[in-house]
Design a protein around this ligand. Structure first.
Ligand SMILES: N[C@@H](CCC(=O)N[C@@H](CS)C(=O)NCC(=O)O)C(=O)O
Length: 226
């Protein structure tokens, strides 16, 4: 999928899948900072890559970043690692400690209250696409609506447009898929606009485009947009 090459030797490799939201989260900073790396797809045709991922963390999840022999898992930790060891034009974590706490807090919001919440619905459709549990779906949709409301208020005070930090890395994939699962309503105009802004960032657009061939596999059916 990715030719990230340049003249420099690549010491980094990212293991993941182009349709995986958490893989996007790690790809976005690599693309944004033009950091050279090899992409290693995790799928049944590449058991050697599956093996690396299985060896890295307790549940064998991806993405995994390899820097030589050093394996880093958890997308947030990968971004922290990149910010420290492979800095680029985008300052992924603010240097001011208080601002950094705020950035990390928002990262938790997107993982825990958007991505992982939305994933409950996706998992329910994987379990039985024809007969998902309506009570479960309603409860999770209510949680997502509450999160959208919170983000709509938060965006009033989030000044930035254009930069890529840990916040954007977490927000773009989680809002991309959450909107497919539980559309962001007209009552959340700032959030709708911000999602559109995020998807237009070149580093994010590249992830969206590379994932297009896999859309037929989306358990709820991918909408004909984005
Ligand atoms: N907390 C992990 C979540 C990673 C995760 O859930 N990855 C999914 C792909 S988006 C995965 O590995 N799925 C395959 C599996 O669970 O076996 C992170 O932030 O990196």
């Amino acid at each position: 999928m990715t030719d990230t090459s340049g003249p420099q030797a690549k010491t980094l490799a990212l293991y993941g899948h182009p349709f995986s939201s958490y893989t996007w989260k790690a790809l976005i900073p690599l693309y944004a900072n033009v950091t050279p790396f090899d992409f290693r797809i995790v799928d049944p045709d590449h058991p050697e890559n599956v093996e690396v991922v299985q060896s890295a963390g307790p549940h064998g999840k991806f993405p995994v970043l390899a820097d030589g022999e050093h394996l880093i898992f958890e997308a947030t930790s990968i971004i922290e690692y990149l910010a420290l060891h492979y800095p680029g034009p985008e300052m992924l974590i603010p240097s001011d400690p208080d601002a950094a706490i705020g950035t990390r807090m928002l990262d938790r919001v997107f993982d825990n209250y958007v991505m992982n919440t939305m994933q409950v619905i996706v998992d329910e459709y994987i379990r039985d696409a024809n007969n998902p549990d309506p009570a479960l779906l309603a409860a999770v949709r209510e949680k997502l609506t509450r999160t959208y409301g919170w983000l709509e208020s938060w965006l009033q005070f989030y000044p930035a447009m254009g930069q890529i930090t840990l916040i954007e890395c977490a927000a773009a994939p989680s809002l991309f898929y959450a909107d497919w699962v539980h559309p962001i309503g007209e009552e959340f105009p700032r959030l709708k606009r911000w999602r559109a802004h995020l998807l237009a960032l070149p580093a994010v657009k590249r992830c969206v485009d590379d994932a297009r061939p896999y859309r037929p596999f989306f358990p709820l059916g991918a909408p004909d947009r984005d």
